[in-house]
Design a protein around this ligand. Structure first.
Ligand code: FAD
Ligand code: NAD
Length: 396
């Protein structure tokens, strides 16, 4: 029997891919057997998904085949869906088999948080994966096509976006850019189309810099987005949404961007979790199992004030790197290093050529912020795939 430790990584998102790539680089020959499991044979750039969802970019541009990222002589890739994690038995159950591990990295990402709002699960669409955004894009086009047959159905042309966090804001920015093109393509009067972004909190982008929030809302309003702020969605039906104010909006398209939670599999595995996010120790391990690490949207890392860091790609990537370093140290019997998050800032797109951001404490808007967003995207491509990937997938 082999004595080489078996490391299994679940999920090839930002956290999982960075863990795998770092292990591939750091581990020597025969130091460990590393297996990466993902339900698709591609990694997707989640941070781009608002564009293919709105139809302003091809979903293909957000997808990178895992075989092009990893060295399959060093990492075994298994395309399968995880159905159960059994930490006590050191096993992972896949839809088509079982994997045993000595060390496990959970990077299964998040899912839409519906807060138990009736009808959301059934009738709303989510921006979560290549398949889910393809559905949104096709659905939007179909509403235009249907309107041509039933021109009295104004609800076909009302697009509701629930939640004005960063995902909602980035999506309405893209959708507002797409609408004029769809109107032209389907010969529809743009005045008949509505994009309504509904936010429960007293402001869009709650907690973000108020001056930048105001800028974003101005840009988006000028592009034709209507905001309903301080207004919670109470119910979702096949015909629209019911708001807490008592108002009903008729629409056949509801895109829910009202928040995310960690993957349900981590709760089902018995890890102590808050909304599917596992509180990890300073080394990114679960408190119950020292051999199980959690990275990305499934993990909960507290800041100095004891509040959780928002789940972002930036955090997931840094965790992936730190997790790989600690796994290598464990295998070599060296001391582990505490994870320290280095927050570089936030940049959010508002559609073509427009963005807002704070980078290293410096506020930026407009073209400058949009350029910064491109640079951040290129840096990510470089980190995971070097110059060849930048040239293949990068946008300049
Ligand atoms: P993910 O990237 O979600 O990856 C999870 C992986 O696990 C996926 O490959 C999935 O297919 C796989 N998986 C899931 N379940 C299973 C299963 N049962 N079996 C096998 N595989 C499975 N953050 C930023 O920092 N900057 C941004 O600009 C930014 N923009 C964003 C824009 C949008 C539109 C969205 C939706 C999010 C954005 N975020 C951004 C947040 C960021 O994308 C997430 O925090 C990040 O993707 C989390 O990475 P992760 O590795 O935890 O999970
Ligand atoms: P979020 O939790 O940040 O925002 C969800 C929004 O929906 C909140 O403002 C909330 O008040 C609102 N909401 C909740 N229930 C509602 C209801 N019933 N009716 C109306 N509004 C409701 O979620 P998100 O925007 O998907 O972001 C998820 C994570 O991804 C965050 O950490 C975010 O920072 C990150 N992200 C970052 C970027 C970026 O940096 N450019 C882009 C997208 C997402």
């Amino acid at each position: 029997m082999s004595t080489v430790p078996r490391i299994v990584i679940l999920g090839a998102g930002y956290g999982g891919v960075l863990t795998a790539l770092r292990l591939q680089k750091e581990l020597g020959y025969n130091e460990a057997n590393v297996t990466l499991v993902n339900k698709h044979d591609y990694h997707y750039i989640t941070t781009h998904l608002h564009m293919p969802a709105a139809g302003t970019d091809d979903p293909e541009n957000a997808r990178i085949h895992i075989a092009k990222l990893i060295d399959e002589f060093k990492i075994d890739f298994v395309k399968s869906t995880v159905v159960q994690i059994k930490p006590n038995e050191k096993k992972v159950i896949l839809e088509d088999g079982t994997l045993s591990f000595d060390y496990l990295v959970i990077g299964l990402g998040g899912e839409a948080e519906t807060f138990g709002i009736p009808g959301l699960q059934q009738y709303a669409l989510n921006i979560r994966s290549i398949n889910s955004v393809r559905l949104i894009r096709e659905h939007i086009e179909y509403q235009f096509a249907k309107f041509k047959r039933e021109p009295h159905r104004k609800d076909y042309l009302t697009f509701i976006v629930g939640g004005a966090g960063f995902t909602g804001i980035e999506f309405v920015g893209e959708l507002a850019d797409r609408i004029p093109k769809l109107c032209k393509q389907f010969d529809v009067d743009p005045k008949l189309v509505g994009i309504v972004n509904i936010e429960a909190a007293p402001t869009a982008l709650p907690g973000f810099d108020p001056e930048l929030v105001e800028y974003a809302m101005r840009v988006l309003t000028d592009k034709g987005v209507t905001f309903k702020i301080g207004t919670a969605i109470k119910e979702c039906t096949p015909g629209g949404v019911q708001l807490a104010t008592g108002e009903t909006i008729k629409s056949t398209t509801i895109v829910w961007t009202g928040g995310i939670r960690g993957n349900r599999l981590v709760e089902q595995a018995g890890f102590e979790a808050m909304r599917g996010r596992v509180k990890v120790d300073p080394y990114l391990r679960t408190t119950q199992h020292e051999n199980v690490y959690v990275v990305g949207d499934c993990s909960l890392v507290m800041n100095e004030q004891g509040k959780p860091y928002p789940p972002t790609a930036q955090l997931a990537m840094q965790q992936g790197i730190a997790c790989a370093r600690n796994l290598v140290a464990t295998i070599r019997g060296e001391p582990l290093r505490e994870f320290k998050y280095d927050h570089k800032g936030v940049v959010a797109s508002l559609g073509k050529g427009e963005a807002i951001g704070i980078v290293y404490g410096k506020k930026m808007t407009g073209r400058k912020a949009a350029m910064m967003k491109k640079l951040i995207d290129l840096r990510y491509l470089f980190m995971i795939g070097g110059i060849p990937l930048v040239l293949r997938k990068g946008k300049f």
